[in-house]
Each structure stands twice: as structure tokens, then as C-alpha cells.
Design a protein. Structure first.
Length: 220
């Protein structure tokens, strides 16, 4: 049976959860403008799994109407399900919707969910808003290592050279994955101070870090 807008819409209105989940997956096979319309129906579904599956497609389909996407994703930052909130935060960054920065900042400070905080910090680098620097600096002091690691990566993407002295203490972190992220961030940031830290990391005991530092030194 071929997938059509009508068949997908019918599945989306089904009382069966499996049907509605299948419909969201089938939206990917439709023309973008129609898919974006149907996605909006799915994002209002009563089941969080359907809403999550729908919002996860907004990073690409949201380009159909950025102003509408901004409003939809802002609303989903208040969804009762943390997974949905996190996915909405991811898409706001992917779509570079700078107008949502204050929404993301407020949610970071008010949510009790580490997953939501992690998604916000991870998406700030992609969002590329200079206002994110202060929040990323704060996240470096988090007691959650995953949030710290996400902040390191996002500081590299943001490109503010003031991040380099903040990253310096993490260059000797006991977790090799943290040190690896530091190398990647410093490579993006560049400059003499970044080069100085990278020169120490070429001697790291973890081969992957040493090799990445050597490659990075050819770029900075």
C-alpha cells in the first residue's frame, strides 16, 4: 500500500498507538511542505512517544516555516515529558532560532531534569548565539560530567576565545573523553593560547588524544 498524505493523516487519528507511531515514521516519505503540516498534528498527540518522534523531525522540516517552528518548539519546551523538551531544545539549535535563547536559558535554570539541561547546553554551540557563553561557563561547573562535556564542545563551536582559560583545567581531567573533547574544542577556537595547551596534549597517554592534538596543531 502506497504512503499518501491521506493515509498518514488517517493513521494519525487512529486510537491505536502503534498506528500513530507508524504514521510519524511515514511522514518522512512525504513531500516536505505536506510533511510539515502533518507533523504539527503529531506534535499535539496525547502520547509523549508520538510527540517525541514528531518533534525529532523538526530539525529538517522546520525550515518550511521558521516563525511557526519557533512557536511550536517554544511550546514544546513546556511539554510535561522531559524527552520531548530535550528534543525541542535540540531542534531550536539546529534551526538556529536565536529568538528562543532566553527560553532555553530560563528552562536550564528551572528544570530538575539533567537530560533537558544536557540538551540545552549541547544545542547552544549549534545555535551560535554569543549570549550563550555565560550559560556554558556556568555549565562547566556542573556536578554532572555529561553536562560539563557538552559545555566544552559547545564552547568550541561558539568560537569565543575567552573560553580557552576556562578549558585549561579540563586538559588534565582524569576522564580521557573529557580531554578528547578539550582537544576538539581548542582546535575550533585556535590561536596561540589554544596551541600552547594542545602542545601539552600531544604527549597524552591516550593515543587517540595525542593524535588528535597533533592534527589540531596543524590547523591552529
Amino acid at each position: 500500500m502506497s504512503i499518501t498524505p491521506e493515509s498518514v493523516k488517517q493513521l494519525l487519528s487512529s486510537e491505536d498507538l502503534g498506528d500513530r507511531l507508524r504514521a510519524v515514521n511515514q511522514i518522512r516519505d512525504l513531500e516536505s511542505a505536506i510533511a510539515f503540516e502533518l507533523l504539527q498534528l503529531a506534535m499535539g498527540d496525547s502520547n509523549s512517544r508520538v510527540r517525541y518522534s514528531a518533534v525529532s523531525q523538526m530539525d529538517t522540516l522546520g525550515t518550511q516555516n521558521l516563525e511557526l517552528s519557533l512557536n511550536l518548539l517554544r511550546a514544546l519546551l513546556k511539554d510535561p515529558e522531559p524527552d520531548v523538551q530535550a528534543a525541542a531544545a535540540d531542534c531550536l539549535g539546529a534551526l538556529k532560532l536565536h529568538a528562543a535563547f532566553e527560553d532555553l536559558q530560563e528552562l536550564y535554570h528551572t528544570t530538575p531534569e539533567w537530560l533537558v539541561q544536557f540538551s540545552i547546553i549541547a544545542t547552544l554551540g549549534e545555535l551560535g548565539d554569543p549570549r550563550g557563553f555565560a550559560l556554558l561557563k556556568l555549565a562547566l561547573a556542573s556536578d554532572n560530567e555529561l553536562i560539563q562535556t557538552a559545555a566544552i564542545s559547545s564552547l568550541g563551536e561558539l568560537g569565543n576565545l575567552e573560553a580557552i582559560p576556562l578549558l585549561l583545567p579540563f586538559a588534565t581531567n582524569s576522564d580521557w573523553q573529557v580531554r578528547y573533547r578539550v582537544v576538539q574544542a581548542l582546535s575550533r577556537l585556535g590561536g596561540a593560547d589554544a596551541k600552547s595547551i594542545l602542545e601539552t596534549l600531544v604527549n597524552d597517554e591516550i593515543e587517540a588524544i595525542a593524535n588528535e592534538a597533533k592534527k589540531s596543531l596543524q590547523l591552529v
